[in-house]
Design a binder for this molecule. Structure first.
Ligand code: MLT
Ligand code: MN
Ligand code: ZN
Length: 298
């Protein structure tokens, strides 16, 4: 399986357009690498590619990845569809950019599909450009992707997006995906939105070779106490912090066999500077932060 990290920043990207914090300012000066909003491409055969989330930056992300170039016919594309982990704007607005693409399939959990039909009505809108197939990614038994990959979805939280105009159900709004290439045995666990360490997640990681994990916030007090909910180690705006006794880095230490990569970095996150103490701590623990465009083979 080939994996391309198309973008590695949280919503807003890095630098964020309206932010003059120290990190964004250093990025503007060219001292830190810019990052586009989080999205991934995977393929089992190098010809059929699937997007994991579709960020508003998807156009420039696709243009930057030679494997995803259109062809051989004038309107052919190797992009077969999109797997959504949630309904957040930074993970779904890229669908609008892909409008008119033919024969695309969107895999999403039922609450996500319902939100994108009623509250942010992309589903019907996009059908008027070209009809797409929408599948329930949580249907029992998982699903197969053209190109030879098999997928299972795993509910990880009930965090609904802020744009919801009605009380959100406590259904599994957010899922993680386990994507396996049966030809190699390589398995990716993709969990860019993790409110807490989910039940059963250790078992899921035990059978994987690589995890792409929510690295939105390094510490629980990164945004100040105003937006913090619960105690250290608890959900911070729906994102489990990396550091601290209840953070994800401590939990990942139980999986030393695994390639552990943080993504969806918020513009407040000191991991954006690899020379920071936070960057050193993550490296020492055996985890990674990679630049946009990084490729993995699993
Ligand atoms: C999130 O990951 O929590 C959301 O994308 C926040 C946002 O709306 O930017
Ligand atoms: Mn996000
Ligand atoms: Zn900033």
């Amino acid at each position: 399986m080939k994996v391309i990290l198309l973008g590695t920043a949280a919503g807003g990207g890095f630098p964020q357009w309206n932010c003059a914090c120290a990190l964004c300012t250093r990025c503007h000066r060219g001292e830190l690498p810019a990052r586009s909003q989080e999205s991934v491409a995977v393929s089992g055969n190098g010809r059929d590619w699937w997007l994991l989330n579709a960020s508003p930056d998807i156009r420039t992300q696709l243009l930057a990845a030679p494997a995803l170039r259109p062809g051989p016919g004038p309107r052919d594309t190797p992009v077969r569809g999109v797997l959504l982990t949630d309904a957040e704007l930074d993970h779904t607005l890229g669908l609008i950019i892909l409008r008119g693409g033919t024969d695309l399939t969107v895999h999403a959990a039922p609450p996500v599909r319902e939100a994108l039909t009623a509250d942010l009505p992309l589903h019907g809108l996009l059908d008027r450009y070209a009809p797409w197939d929408w599948h329930d990614s949580t249907a029992p038994g998982g699903f197969a992707l053209d190109g030879g990959l098999t997928v299972t979805a795993h509910p990880v939280s009930s965090k609904a997006p802020k744009f919801m105009g009605r009380p959100a159900s406590d259904a599994p709004w957010v899922v993680a995906y386990r994507i396996e290439d049966p030809a190699t045995g390589g398995a990716l666990v993709y969990a860019p939105c993790l409110a807490a360490w989910p039940d059963g997640f250790d078992e899921l990681l035990a059978s994987a070779s690589c995890v792409l994990l929510d690295g939105t916030f390094f510490s629980a007090d990164e945004l100040g106490t105003a937006v913090r909910s619960g105690d250290a180690g608890q959900a911070l705006m729906g994102h489990l912090p990396v550091s601290g006794p209840g953070g994800s880095l401590a939990a990942l230490a139980r999986h030393p066999h695994l390639r552990r990569i943080y993504t969806h970095l918020n513009n407040t996150n000191p991991l954006l500077d690899s020379s920071s103490p936070a960057g050193g701590a993550v490296r020492k623990a055996g985890a990674e932060v990679l630049p946009d465009g990084s490729e993995l083979i699993l």
